[in-house]
Ligand binder design. Structure first.
Ligand code: SAH
Length: 258
């Protein structure tokens, strides 16, 4: 069982690579580099997808078709949509929707044309395992020392709807409109729902976990590079490690990695 691991920002993917026990040199294709080996007892392929739905969908397709992954984990950052979600929280996707997909009047708003659905779900048991990994990370491993730097207090884990689109959302009007149009959305990002659609089309289970980096209304005030370096890349490593460690080890992983 090979697991694909994707991130949209290079820092998060780079943070995982030192832990990878490589079994072959990295492979470059389509302006991306695929890193293969064993990660905490599991056979994985890790790739930096770059940002946006096209980049993410292409990377997911490559992972499934060329690298024959059986499930995919996306880790990244997102802006809060729900008033219950705060900077430093973790959102685990139960379902994902493309908020900028609108082929009306031919198809209902948000519906993926000819697929007859607007929401793409994640596998229940794996989502529950990822949620436990995120909760345990925040409770046991999370470095509270950096919280005050980013106005983080008592970070929490949420599970539910993640929305994606090819826009960085950073103004109060757009945020308010999204809250009205999609009342159950927890957070917004630029890749997850595209990856979930590709996984649905290929019958591959998909998981998405997001660290909340901003409030989707004051983007310019946030130092993303600093947040990713000091907070999100640690969350990505900590949650991925706990998730993989909690899953049955893969057959092909070397014994030393188990
Ligand atoms: N280019 C900027 C940061 C971009 S953040 C920099 O490096 O300084 C955009 C990435 O974070 C995307 O991959 C997206 O998935 C996610 N993201 C975080 N907050 C977001 C928001 N408010 N709206 C949309 N995407 C967001």
């Amino acid at each position: 069982m090979t697991i694909g691991i994707m991130g949209a920002m290079p820092e998060e993917v780079d943070a995982l690579l030192p832990f990878l026990e490589r079994d072959r040199p990295p492979v470059s294709s389509g302006m991306r580099t695929y890193h293969t080996g064993s990660l905490w007892g599991h056979q994985v392929v890790i790739v930096h997808s770059r940002m946006g739905k096209v980049a993410a969908a292409t990377s997911a397709t490559h992972l499934i078709v060329e690298h024959e992954i059986e499930s995919l984990l996306f880790t990244g950052v997102a802006g809060a949509i729900s008033p219950d979600v705060s900077i430093g929280d973790i959102v685990v996707a139960r379902s994902l929707l493309q908020h900028d997909l609108d082929a009306r009047p031919i198809f209902p708003r948000f519906e993926a044309p000819l697929l007859g659905r607007d929401r793409f779900g994640t596998l229940h048991e794996e989502t529950a395992a990822l949620e436990i990994a995120a909760r345990t990370y925040l409770a046991d491993d999370h470095d509270n020392a950096v919280d005050s730097e980013f106005d983080i207090s008592s970070p929490r884990v949420h599970t539910g709807l993640v929305i994606s689109g090819d826009q960085f959302i950073s103004d109060p009007q757009t945020l308010a409109r999204l809250r009205v149009d999609i009342p159950d959305a927890l957070c917004v990002e630029m890749e997850g729902a595209a990856v979930a659609q590709v996984c649905y089309e290929h019958g591959a289970p998909c998981l998405v976990v997001r660290t909340i980096s901003d409030d989707a209304s004051h983007g310019a005030e946030i130092d993303f590079a600093k947040f990713v370096d000091r907070v999100a890349s640690h969350y990505a490593v900590g949650v991925t490690r706990r998730y993989l460690a909690g899953r049955p080890a893969s057959e092909s992983a070397p014994r030393s990695a188990r």
